[in-house]
Structure formats: C-alpha cells, structure tokens
Design a protein around this ligand. Structure first.
Ligand SMILES: Nc1ncnc2c1ncn2[C@@H]1O[C@H](COP(=O)(O)OP(=O)(O)OP(=O)(O)O)[C@@H](O)[C@H]1O
Length: 254
C-alpha cells in the first residue's frame, strides 16, 4: 500500500519513497513512502517511537537516510542538502516546545524572524520599512496577537507562545511547514483556536502536523497518515483510519 502512484514525483511538493534509516543497527524508519501535494495539510499520527520525529529530521536535513528518495517540488533532492539550504528552500519547522524571545515584544519577535530570512531576494524585498510593517501586521492578524503586539513575548500563555512561534515561521515565508505537536499542553479553547489557525495557514501553504490529540486532528479535517515502526500503517480520512483494526491495535486502542 506504500508505493507512490506513477507521476507522484512531479505532482508532489514533498515525495518520500523507500526511505530507511538505522541508528546503531535499529531501523527507526523502514521503507517509508509518503507524498504531500502542493497546498495540502496532512496529519501524522502514530505511537511513541513510530518514527514521526525521525521523519521530520530527514525532511529538514538533520538526519540523512541510509536509503531512499526524498524530493522537494519534484526536482530538488533533499538528501544532498544541509539543514540551512533546506530551510532556505522554504521548509520551516516548528518544534514542540516554543522558542520565542521572552524579553522582546511580540512584534519584535516577528520582525527578528523576518530579518533572519537568509535569501538575497528576501533581504532586498524587506528593505522598505512599510513592506516589512505590512507583513508584520498581516502575520500578527493571522496568529491573533495584533492587540498584544507591544507586550513581552514572555508574558504570553503557552498556547499564545505557540501561535507566536507559528507566526515567526510564517515570517520565513515557507512553502511547507512542519509542525510538531502544536496542541500539546494547550487548553481546550487554545487547541480549538490552533486548529482554526492551521486551517487558515493551509489555505496558502502545505502543512505537515504531527499530533497525538485526536480531537484536534478531527477539527483539522484532513487526510491522516498513521506511522508504525517506521513506515506507513494506514492512510486516509480520520474515520477510515480509526476503523482500521491494526491502527486500533497499535495506537488508538492503547
Ligand atoms: N539519534 C537516535 N539514536 C538512536 N535511536 C534513535 C535516535 N533517534 C530516534 N531513535 C529511535 O528511533 C525510533 C523512532 O523515534 P522517533 O523519535 O522518530 O519516534 P516518534 O514517532 O517521534 O515518537 P514520539 O511520539 O515519542 O515523539 C525510536 O525507537 C527512537 O528511540
């Protein structure tokens, strides 16, 4: 069930085929095949140790696979690039723990992220202060922090810090966002708002979300890939994968 369909390489934004990686002889990822279409949001679920983090490490260049194909936008071989080059291509990652600058204002956090975008074109584009301010305003609007822009980031709740960090990721103008357990530690209200936020972002970005919170996944309403022991166990709408006996056995029923 894992083999990509013919033509998937050229039609995909992200294309993984037959990817394997071992750590000291232990196969953390084994024959993983997965494709993400341009503009798609995909949820990744699976038990602890299934390989979700390792998969993100491979996509972002932190870990190099022993075997397999990892292509971006049909033509770029990600296995040949380092982490900085992959980030510059437009693959942004948000780790589980928020890493905002607590002693800077919310607005300045976004500004710093805008300025840290490395490509020459971007530096030139943000040369005008008004273009920069317009983008900051847009991002603060998207992450619903415009009314708090002058406050210190350290004053935000855990959930708000996660949104600020998503805003900082947006400032890097990624084509693909990898978001690791955004709902972890959030209140129910924050979790619901995060689903709304990601759905908005997914209107003009591709997004991969790793999550354990099934209520949150349901809110996203997107195709779900279940990882188990380093490969795809099931893929499809949440109701379909939730009814899969193996998925219940290894993950949902636990
Ligand atoms: N650098 C490493 N060295 C040795 N083993 C590793 C390394 N990184 C990951 N592993 C192992 O690979 C397997 C997959 O781990 P990974 O963190 O990718 O799973 P996960 O699905 O993200 O789990 P979780 O939901 O707990 O975050 C685990 O058994 C883990 O112990």
């Amino acid at each position: 069930m894992n083999a990509p369909v013919p033509g998937a390489l050229t039609s995909s934004l992200l294309y993984l085929d037959g990817v394997s990686v071992s750590f000291d002889g232990f196969k953390a990822i084994r024959g993983l095949s997965l494709t993400i279409a341009p503009g798609e949001m995909r949820a990744i679920i699976g038990p602890n140790g299934a390989g979700k983090t390792t998969m993100m490490d491979i996509i972002t260049g932190k870990t190099k696979p022993d075997l397999g194909t990892v292509m971006f936008a049909g033509t770029v071989d990600l296995t040949r690039l380092d982490e900085a080059a992959i980030a510059n291509l437009g693959i942004g990652r948000k780790f589980q723990k928020p890493t905002v600058f607590d002693f800077h204002s919310i607005e300045d956090n976004i500004l710093l992220a805008l300025k840290s975008k490395r490509t020459v074109g971007r530096t030139l584009f943000w040369k005008t202060e008004s273009a920069q301010q317009k983008r900051i305003d847009e991002i603060l609007g998207i992450v619903k922090l415009a009314d708090r822009r002058d406050r210190l980031a350290g004053s935000l709740s855990h959930g708000q810090k996660q949104w600020l960090e998503i805003g900082m990721l947006l400032a890097q103008d990624p084509k693909l966002l990898l978001v690791d357990e955004p709902a972890a530690g959030m209140t129910d209200g924050e979790t619901a708002q995060t689903a709304v936020l990601l759905k908005e972002i997914a209107q003009d970005h591709s997004v991969i979300v790793v999550e354990h919170d099934m209520g949150f996944i349901r809110e996203l309403g997107v195709k779900v890939t279940v990882l188990h022991e380093g490969s795809v166990l099931a893929e499809g709408p949440l109701d379909q994968v939730s009814a899969n006996e193996r998925v219940v056995e290894v993950y949902l029923g636990r």
